[in-house]
Design a protein around this ligand. Structure first.
Ligand SMILES: CC(=O)N[C@H]1[C@@H](OP(=O)(O)OP(=O)(O)OC[C@H]2O[C@@H](n3ccc(=O)[nH]c3=O)[C@H](O)[C@@H]2O)O[C@H](CO)[C@@H](O)[C@@H]1O
Ligand SMILES: C=C(OP(=O)(O)O)C(=O)O
Length: 441
């Protein structure tokens, strides 16, 4: 296992370019199964989760060619449906959350699909009801084998339907959209998620010949078509990486320019960081964060303590709340962080408290941060990364802390952040990759 050794307290400086969006990539890659024609995808991040899905597509029979560092072509001409029965599929399919999104396209094109219970972060319950209820509404039948933790889904004739989702699930909406594009008749999905990942997916599907309207809203109308063709697609920059870099700049008092961010696609993200008192400027399509000694958290207009909570798009993404929390520890003022979606994503605050941060974990969903206005620096410690975003938050804390920190289990971080140590070193960070297992307590 690998770990990062970080010597903190160093100001960073320079430019950093975000990778392509991880969560978009997982949807877009799944969609290549919808056609036998060639699809060329660029700005694909070179990260563990994405590479696992590309490998899985290859195992299913998709012809995958790497055109250059971040561009691949995919041709799903012949798909081996027997692969579902193999042990390799059971092992690999369960390795990441995104693999669940191969079900929709396989159902649409071949009338059957299977998937082991998917992986991803252990950040609370991660149910799949929305996906399967949606497939059922389109006429599919699913069987869950709880002993093998394996789902089988069959559909001889998908038929468009009105579907009111029980929650605006991101991967659930993507999966149902991909099943509906080749169904007979019209599907209406209400309470659809509409994150930029989904907007990108729907736009790509339309370029392939699908008929989806309502893109960007929570009401999608999909007129089924008989066949989809090839296209080209470029992934947006990863908005979670962009938010992470804004937070990192503020915590380390660094002057950083984040390049080519597609600012107009960032929704409320820049505003939320501004509410923490962080100065940032839009310069063309870059974000410039000046070096700031102090930043002060806003209150609400009536003077009451600010709350930052997650909600489905266009609300604030839950994937940035851990970052907001860590950044608040060094701000002046107080903020309540309310993680509404996941019940186990805030437990990592115990490590920040060990580093000297003032945080009260009110319950599994809420933490109050008492920002110390840099009266003292956090102190470096050894810690284990519990999930991808907590991992990056701890990395940011370590970069700002006095002394040395070691972060174990960095595979979690590398699931979603490409060459993070190399890119941070280019900004002047002292971060070293070492081979070390987390100590057992
Ligand atoms: C691979 C991928 O794309 N993963 C993202 C995707 O996961 P994923 O698609 O798995 O997450 P879902 O959108 O299904 O739901 C996430 C959690 O939020 C809860 N929930 C969801 C909608 C809602 O209106 N109310 C509510 O409470 C769900 O019960 C669940 O516990 O979306 C999540 C929510 O943005 C992100 O954290 C993940 O990074
Ligand atoms: C929770 C996340 O990913 P996944 O859904 O793949 O676990 C995330 O990207 O923050």
């Amino acid at each position: 296992m690998n770990a990062f050794e970080i010597t903190g307290g160093i100001k960073l400086k320079g430019e950093i370019t975000p990778q392509g969006a991880k969560n978009e990539a997982l949807q877009i890659l799944s969609a290549v199964l919808l056609t036998k024609e060639k699809i060329i995808i660029s700005n694909i991040p070179d990260i563990k989760d994405v590479n696992k899905l590309i490998e899985l597509l290859g195992d299913l029979g998709v012809v995958v060619e790497r055109i250059n560092k971040d561009t691949y072509s995919f041709e799903a001409r012949n798909i081996d449906l027997n692969f579902f029965e193999s042990d390799t599929f059971k092992a690999k399919g369960g390795g990441l959350r995104g693999s669940i999104m191969i079900v929709g396209p396989l159902l649409a094109r071949f009338g059957k699909a299977a998937i082991p219970k998917p992986g991803g972060d252990k950040i609370g319950r991660r149910r799949l009801d929305t996906h399967f209820i949606g497939f059922e509404k389109l006429g599919a039948k699913f069987i869950y084998d709880s002993k093998k933790a394996f789902f089988n889904v069959d559909a001889t004739n998908l038929q468009g339907a009105y579907i009111l989702l029980d929650e605006a699930s991101v991967t659930g909406t993507a999966n149902i959209v991909m099943a509906a594009v080749l169904a007979k008749g019209t599907t209406t999905i209400y309470n659809a998620a509409c994150e930029p990942y989904l907007q990108q997916l729907c736009k790509m599907l339309n370029r392939m010949g699908a008929k989806i309207s309502g893109i960007g809203s929570n009401l999608l109308t999909i007129e089924g078509v008989d066949v989809l063709g090839g296209t080209e697609h470029r992934m947006l920059p990863d908005m979670i990486e962009i938010g992470s870099f804004i937070g990192m700049a503020a915590m380390t008092e660094s002057e950083i320019t984040i390049k080519n961010v597609c600012y107009d696609e960032l929704g409320v993200i820049p505003e939320v960081f501004k509410k923490l008192g962080i100065k940032l400027e839009r310069r063309g399509d870059d974000i410039y964060v000046p070096s700031q000694k102090h930043y002060e958290i806003d209150t609400f207009i009536d003077g009451s303590i600010l709350t930052i909570a997650d909600s489905p798009w266009p609300g604030f993404t839950p994937d940035l709340l851990s970052i907001v929390l860590v950044v608040a520890t060094q701000a002046k003022g107080n903020v309540l962080i309310h993680q509404k979606m996941f019940e186990s994503r805030l437990f990592f605050v115990d490590k920040l408290i060990d580093m000297g941060a003032q945080i009260i974990l009110c319950d599994p969903h809420r933490a109050t941060v008492n920002g110390i206005d840099k009266k003292y620096k956090l102190r470096g410690i050894s810690m284990t990364s519990p999930d991808i975003r907590a991992g990056v938050s701890l990395l940011i804390a370590a970069l700002s802390a006095e002394g040395k920190s070691t972060i174990y289990n960095i595979e979690q971080i590398e699931r979603g952040y490409q060459d993070i140590d190399t890119r941070l070193r280019a900004l002047g960070a002292q971060i070293k990759r070492v081979n070390a297992d987390a100590p057992s307590h």
